[in-house]
Design a protein. Structure first.
Length: 618
């Protein structure tokens, strides 16, 4: 019943109460063992029958900029650039570049909601005679820290690249490994790495140039057994890239010590554009089991520096080496610069993606103008999608919008059901319109329906949800196909009786499917999977203990808080009175106020009271 979350680092600076919203239309996010099928990734698709992809622009947060520059401080000109945000046990942690017009530093901030940030006094380094600041590395430009849970050395749990100008000796040692141009002395590059056990106290390798070539705005990643270091390269570093154009370069390593440069650019725009559009900045990303989704810059080279502008685009990779735009259109964006005069009206850079419960966050750096490249306020903003809502698949319409009905289908490549208890959850937007539904079928290797999992048996999905459990005649379990490889076949239907031109705007949108265990994603403690009144909850408390396998059946909207947990009992508080069924393996009895209720087969029926605790004994 009780488990230690050994792989999680709990940040003790801020305490959180764990509140779970029990609503049928909300969901959490996939757990670490989930198989995720994203609409923006065609790598899992074996067959597409009449579905087309559209991307969503992220929506700017009303509190923007969420991290502002501060007059008279070490981040008076910049409180952004190379910023990176991690979510660890309910605490948002940000590293960003501070600049006061003459001095660079890497700084640290924390937040409980990802919107309102505090810059704690870490007391490590002097700035104008005081250590009362949030500087964690002075002088260096620490780029995009990431958490590495695969390194057995706890002192190297956090890693980051150091941005430094290339000295002459390193340039002289450079090898023309890709047939490109030798970098110039002073070119920005990865001048070593930094390591930390806690993200605050860092050890740097200042004199180590593991990647002796021009590379700006680096980010690091571990994926499919390899480390990757990404960066911006230009000036003809790759023969296939337009000379003087920027591109995404990739280096990789098995041990984070010996690095190789990929023989081809990871992503670039076609030379036919003559360098007028280029890539730009740091690659931010969100890792899934079968794909990595990246946020990257598109640079509009308009000749004059003042006229240069950048937006943000979406790219996807299935191997970490090569990246592609999923919609195949070069100019579609996920966030456009705001109108001129706005704080983010000209230059958007350095984005990173982060899943948070039922939403996906996009942090980005914004600048009002390039009238002065290095000076002037550059600040951090936030934009959001629904969970994994980068883009959707829906039946293709084109100019045939007068059709009476639209249908489309996607069939996956074979996927193994590895664990007892796994279920299939759907992230789909469906409006309450007649004739709009989504059904799912499981197929064998010969593309034949598996008995009990056919379309005719599927209970249609007709509600908007980011985590709706698919069922067949009321049964969601996939245990009958456990250990087998199955194909997930989903069909989308949208009737159009009025021959509506806006039919695609209103039809069901498929965002993602998750083959997952019925529990919460541990990084999203405040949300639950939901569907038809049945909630499956995975509690976690600040002592890193978990209460797993609990199910709460409540037809009403309710709020549940876990207030205490030990080896034999748990205390819950419900927001309002309701008739609730609670099931928990090993549950013996329950107390509500002075009333004791004996459990039958691990389940109890209780009438909750907002003024009385519900105590579970197991």
């Amino acid at each position: 019943m009780m488990q230690q979350l050994l792989t999680m680092l709990f940040v003790t600076t801020i305490g959180l109460s764990l509140v779970l919203q029990c609503k049928a239309e909300v969901g959490a996010g996939p757990s670490a063992e989930a198989v995720t099928l994203l609409a923006v990734d065609d790598g899992w698709v074996e067959k597409n029958e009449g579905m087309s992809l559209s991307l969503h622009e992220a929506v700017r947060h009303e509190a923007n900029p969420v991290l502002k520059v501060r007059a008279g401080k070490h981040d008076s000109d910049r409180a952004a650039f190379n910023q990176w945000v991690l979510l660890e046990n309910g605490i948002f942690r940000m590293w960003y570049t501070g600049f006061d017009g003459s001095t660079w530093s890497t700084c640290y901030a924390e937040s409980v909601d990802g919107v309102n940030w505090e810059r704690p006094n870490v007391g490590l380094f002097n700035y104008k005679g005081s250590k009362d600041n949030n500087i964690v590395i002075p002088g260096f430009n620490l780029t995009a820290p990431f958490r590495d849970d695969y390194d057995p050395d706890p002192n190297r749990r956090y890693k980051a690249a150091l941005a430094r100008p290339l000295p002459k000796g390193v340039v002289d040692r450079w090898e023309k490994s890709v047939g490109g141009k030798k970098p110039g002395v002073g070119s920005p590059s990865v001048g070593g790495f930094a390591y930390s056990a806690d993200g605050i106290n860092w050890t740097t390798e200042e004199n180590d140039f593991p990647l002796p070539l021009k590379r700006e705005a680096a980010s690091l990643m571990y994926y499919q057994g390899k480390y990757f270091c990404y960066g911006q390269m230009s000036n003809g570093d790759y023969p296939e890239v337009e000379r003087w154009s920027r591109c995404l370069s990739t280096s990789y390593s098995d041990d984070f010590k010996h690095w190789k440069l990929a023989k081809k650019a990871g992503f670039y725009f076609d030379p036919k554009y003559g360098g007028r559009i280029q890539t730009h900045g740091t690659l931010g990303y969100q890792i899934y089991d079968q794909a990595v989704v990246g946020a990257y810059g598109i640079f509009y080279n308009n000749g004059e520096l003042l006229d240069h502008e950048t937006d943000l685009i979406l790219i996807v990779s299935n191997d970490g080496m090569t990246w592609r735009k999923p919609d195949k259109h070069p100019f579609t964006t996920i966030l456009r610069r705001a109108p001129r005069g706005a704080w983010d009206g000209s230059f958007l850079t350095q984005a990173n993606i982060l899943n948070n419960g039922r939403e996906t966050y996009l942090y980005y750096a914004g600048k009002e103008s390039l009238a002065n490249l290095f000076y002037g306020e550059q600040q951090t903003g936030l934009a959001t999608w629904r969970l994994d809502g980068y883009g959707f698949q829906a039946p293709a319409v084109g100019w045939k919008y007068t059709s009476p009905v639209f249908k489309g289908a996607l069939t996956s490549k074979p996927i193994e059901v590895k664990h007892v208890g796994q279920q299939l959850y759907m992230n789909v937007r469906i409006k309450d319109l007649p004739g709009h539904e989504v059904r799912v079928e499981l197929r064998d290797a010969a593309n034949k329906p598996i008995q009990g999992y056919a379309l005719a048996d599927c209970d249609p999905m007709t509600v908007d949800s980011v985590g709706f459990p698919i069922s067949w005649k009321g049964e969601s379990s996939l245990d009958r196909v456990m250990g087998q490889k199955v194909k997930v076949h989903l069909e989308v239907k949208a009737e159009n009786p009025k021959r509506w031109q806006k039919i695609r705007v209103n039809m069901p949108y498929f965002y993602a499917a998750y083959l997952d265990m019925p529990k919460l994603w541990l990084d999203a403690t405040h949300q639950v999977y939901g569907g038809r009144g049945m909630e499956r909850i995975h509690f976690q408390d600040p002592d890193r203990m978990t209460l797993s396998g609990i199910e709460i059946y409540d037809a009403d909207d309710n709020q549940v808080t876990l207030t205490s947990l030990d080896d034999s009992s748990a205390v819950l508080q419900f927001e309002k009175a309701s008739d609730v069924k609670i099931s928990l393996p090993g549950l013996k009895k329950c107390m509500v106020g002075e009333t004791t209720i004996e459990a039958e087969d691990g389940s109890v029926m209780v009438k909750t009271d907002p003024d009385a605790d519900v105590i579970l004994f197991f």
